[in-house]
Design a binder for this molecule. Structure first.
Ligand SMILES: Cc1cc2nc3c(=O)[nH]c(=O)nc-3n(C[C@H](O)[C@H](O)[C@H](O)COP(=O)(O)OP(=O)(O)OC[C@H]3O[C@@H](n4cnc5c(N)ncnc54)[C@H](O)[C@@H]3O)c2cc1C
Length: 401
């Protein structure tokens, strides 16, 4: 549980952040409309400087790294608040995939790696990406991987083909998963994580894939990348050799709390928009949409689903805070598919309530509807998480799935 002092600090932070989102971030949405990433960056940079000046920068970090030192559950509340705008997390430097990479570098980076890659990331001077999924293999079971990193002198030579490397366009470095120990007995011991600066010869960004919901490259893009005899010093190895999957797993527990709370932020904003539209839009003289039972059902169902989702996610975060991500792994899978589903439901109802307006980019709903379809796929598709949950439960009944 939070101490009272922490609870007071969190309350104060949430208020400050909400005011900043209302006054500074929401107006960006209209300004950014139709622009490429490159054109939006200066607008975002100006806001980032204001966030720094307000002492709200990188709210996910421990005090040792310059952050407020919130628990995961407390940061979850902040993540919900930031999630209310597509730009919220970025403006506060708490955006995926950088947050996950920061966590890896804080936990496993050498002092030299932290100096060169982590601190500039924390200061918001550079961006990064995480390069694991390959087009030729099922990303749902990433232990099957073709990318290799072979030692040659004091270097690794990396060869492989990746895709869906989010935010690679303009990133300063990638953390690449590559097979370094093909003969390891456990398939989970075969890969390592290696830092590859994107200006290394042999790092080839083939294209930004055209993905539903993406806008104009940069941070909000997904790249296909080829690693062609790409040489980096062996000192770029992150953590122990062969520990790539262990480290990736560590990254995923907290990462799913961040995503789920961001989705709840989206749900809350979509819900408010749906209710406001239902109150204003008259379908007959003096009869707003809200007078119709279908709309009332959507309002009630959405309210119940969002509240249930929030309680579930915060309880999972508390469990991770108290017992670690491994102990909470079943609940982490539950929230991943459950909240992704609620997000689709709420966005769909809000969009439908807006009629044709919902299909336009005059509100954030259509952009979210396109972009957040991926929530049911990235960080593990629904079906994989449901299988994992059922497998753990059925163990108690003596059935091994
Ligand atoms: C928006 C977005 C961002 C991403 N960002 C990154 C990134 O930054 N870095 C990175 O490395 N990767 C990233 N990915 C890739 C992501 O991790 C993979 O898409 C995901 O792991 C699924 O792998 P796949 O696409 O190869 O689908 P596949 O593994 O081919 O699975 C296809 C479908 O099969 C079904 N399925 C799979 N396994 C099972 C099972 N065990 N039981 C039942 N059904 C099953 C599911 O319905 C699944 O959707 C991103 C993906 C998206 C959509």
């Amino acid at each position: 549980m939070e101490t009272t002092a922490t609870a007071d600090r969190l309350h104060e932070m949430l208020e400050q952040i909400q005011v900043f989102i209302d006054e500074e971030v929401y107006p960006l949405e209209a300004q950014a409309h139709g622009k490429s990433w490159g054109d939006v960056v200066p607008l975002l940079e100006e806001k980032r400087q204001k966030v720094k000046a307000a002492g709200l920068w990188t709210p996910h970090l421990a005090q040792a790294w310059g952050g407020p030192g919130l628990s995961l559950a407390a940061f979850g509340r902040v993540s919900e608040c930031l999630g209310r705008s597509p730009f919220g997390h970025y403006v506060f430097n708490s955006q995926a995939p950088d947050v996950g990479n920061m966590e890896i570098l804080m936990a496993h980076g050498t002092p030299e790696q932290q100096q060169r890659f982590l601190w500039p990331l924390l200061r918001g001077e550079i961006r990064s990406c995480f390069s694991m999924t390959e087009p030729e293999h099922a990303g749902s079971n990433p232990v099957i991987m073709s990318t290799t990193a072979v030692k040659d002198g004091d270097e690794y030579v990396i060869n492989g083909h990746k895709w869906f490397t989010t935010a690679a366009d303009g990133a300063a470095f990638a953390i690449v998963m590559a097979v370094t120990h093909p003969d390891a007995e456990s398939p989970y011991g075969r890969a390592s994580q290696i830092i590859v600066p994107t200006d290394t010869p042999g790092f080839r960004l083939v294209r930004n894939i055209s993905v539903m919901g993406d806008v104009g490259g940069g941070w909000a893009s997904h790249a296909e990348i080829r690693y062609e005899d790409c040489r980096v010093p062996q000192s770029n190895l992150l953590g122990a050799a062969g520990s790539g999957f262990t480290i990736a797993q560590e990254r995923l527990g907290p990462g799913r709390i961040h995503h789920c709370m961001r989705w709840i932020g989206i749900c809350e904003r979509a819900f408010e928009m749906m209710c406001a539209r239902a109150a204003r839009r008259e379908i007959a003289p003096g009869k707003p949409l809200a007078t119709r039972q279908t709309i009332q059902n959507w309002i009630a169902e959405s309210r119940a689903e969002i509240d249930a989702a929030r309680l579930l996610v915060l309880d999972t975060a508390r469990k991770i805070d108290e017992h670690g991500a491994y102990q909470a792994r079943v609940q982490v899978s539950v929230i991943k598919f459950y909240v992704a589903g609620i997000l689709q439901n709420v966005l769909d109802r809000a969009l439908q309530t807006h009629g044709a307006l919902g299909m336009t980019d005059d509100t954030p709903l259509a952009g979210w509807f396109r972009h957040e379809r991926g929530a049911r796929i990235y960080d593990g598709p629904d079906e994989v998480h449901k299988s994992r949950v059922a497998r753990q439960i059925m163990k108690q009944y003596g059935v091994r799935l």
